[in-house]
Write a protein that binds this ligand. Structure first.
Ligand code: FAD
Length: 438
């Protein structure tokens, strides 16, 4: 579809994907009118920085704004409407209906993100979720130095938050439904993460919450492991895509509820694109649709959707779901098929422990590296946990997996070497070498 002067591009959502899409659309087609409709008060904010704002490393909530709104309105010529929730998409008439009126469009980009999922027992005014700037601000307002914080959920967000808040001087209880942190990890890496948390975070394993009640300023959690008292309760019990307005309009979604898009980020409806956490894209390992609600994926999908909506040509190849988390100064990461998913796909795995630096160089720490690979030698995924440099190793492997690399490619990849950065046989190379011998 080619762009034309006066083309109207409407973007639903002003998060990472929406603002990347709007900015790119305006660059590709400067004469198009680009309007962003955002339900909240803020656009272009860093959700990923919120745990560090609550910890106290990031001092002001405003520091989490990537750009002031005037950057978009005055410098980039984008019409940004905040406090403007879209309630309906009429694809026949090409109009979106919102709290601030109807907006006709020639091209529509849905970038409405995802929202926390709360089980009924946690649906209480005494329980916070962490997604929007408003929620971050409300949690911060209820915290005092040394407050007791109960976090429900041992996934990526719950684990990251527990570590960050504990480092910030808060007394943290983490309530975990199973005996396992972060289900994407293999048992051994999950156990290493748990060992790192031990003594700094109180973890209640195999525990479910029955109810949460306010009791004289404190909150009382009734759990299967007994009562827990806390000043602040945060639920980190998962997210789901905000795709309802799309599915109501007949736009196709996948099993995860995310909007199905092709590599141009085009939905099943001509002229309607989707990007970011609301959309599903190609899983680079399996080739199926995958849902990767991550910032780097959202920004890139947004850019691709914006370019194509404005008449340009750009493709989003897909993603691996590469995730990095800091746990008490250690670096944790995983990418591609890992843990149980790797086993279910028939992958083999090797787990090695090696040094982060040359063995004579001070500050050497362990790096645990798990490599998952198909029986034909194609690398399927990796997990890493350890000292400084673990994150770059994971990213290096992610780059290779996304190109369909095999064990030999990892072994022979020309990673640089110097004693402060790693041993001459890097953990990645050792893992590939061990796997090649299996
Ligand atoms: C606490 C936290 C930490 C995170 N840390 C990391 C990290 O370290 N690394 C990483 O890769 N990812 C991280 N993520 C995930 C990352 O933040 C998201 O993947 C990314 O922000 C998604 O961008 P998005 O634009 O698709 O969605 P969102 O950022 O959710 O933006 C969607 C916007 O759409 C608006 N909206 C929704 N419905 C409507 C409607 N009907 N009408 C108008 N507007 C609407 C919403 O108000 C919202 O502002 C983190 C997320 C959280 C919550």
């Amino acid at each position: 579809m080619k762009a034309y002067t006066g083309m109207r591009i409407v973007v639903v959502g002003g998060g990472a994907a929406g603002m990347a899409a709007a900015s790119k659309a305006k660059r590709v087609s400067p004469h198009a009118s680009v309007t962003v409709l955002e339900a909240g008060r803020f656009v272009s904010y860093a959700e990923c920085g919120m745990p560090y704002y609550l910890q106290g490393i990031v001092k002001d909530l405003e520091d989490l704004l990537h750009y002031p709104v005037t950057e978009f309105t005055q410098r980039r010529g984008i019409d940004v409407r905040t406090g403007c929730r879209v309630t309906e998409i009429d694809t026949g008439k090409q109009v979106v209906k919102s709290q601030c009126g109807d907006f006709p469009y020639d091209r529509l980009i849905i970038a409405s993100g995802a929202s926390p999922v709360l089980p009924p027992e946690l649906s209480s005014p005494d329980v916070h979720t962490l997604r929007s700037m408003e929620e971050a601000s409300s949690i911060k307002a209820s915290m005092r130095p040394g407050s007791e914080v109960a976090i429900v959920g041992g996934g990526v967000l719950g684990t990251e938050l527990a570590s960050a808040l504990s480092e910030g001087g808060f007394r943290v209880t983490l309530v975990v439904r199973k005996h396992r942190l972060i289900s994407a990890l293999s048992e051994e890496v999950s156990a290493l993460v748990a060992a790192e948390m031990e003594g700094r975070v109180k973890i209640l394993w195999d525990t479910t919450v029955a109810s949460v009640e306010g009791k004289g300023g404190q909150k009382l959690l009734e759990t299967s492991s007994g009562q827990v008292r806390a000043d602040v309760v945060i639920a980190a019990t998962g997210v789901r895509p905000n795709s309802r307005i799309a599915s109501d309009a007949g736009i196709q979604t996948t099993g995860s509820g995310a909007i199905r898009v092709d590599e141009r980020c085009l939905t099943s409806e001509p002229g309607v694109y989707a990007a970011g956490d609301v959309a599903a894209c190609r899983d680079l390992v399996t080739g199926d649709y995958g849902w990767f609600p991550l910032a780097q994926v959202s920004n890139k999908m947004g850019r691709v959707a914006g370019a194509n909506a404005a008449g340009g040509e750009m493709s989003f190849p897909g993603a691996l779901g590469t995730t990095l988390i800091r746990i008490f100064g250690k670096e944790l990461g995983f990418t591609g098929l890992t843990g149980q998913r790797a086993r279910d796909a028939g992958c083999k795995s090797v787990h090695i422990t090696a040094g982060s630096r040359a063995n004579y160089y001070p500050g050497r720490e362990n790096v645990d590296f798990v490599l998952h690979y198909f029986p034909d030698g194609r690398v399927a995924g990796a997990e890493v946990f350890g000292g400084p440099g673990s994150a770059w190793r994971l990213n290096a492997v992610a780059g290779l997996i996304s190109r369909g690399s095999r064990l030999e490619d990892l072994f022979f990849a020309d990673f640089g070497y110097s004693p402060p950065f790693g041993p001459v046989w890097d953990p990645i190379v050792i893992a590939a070498s061990v796997a090649m011998r299996e």
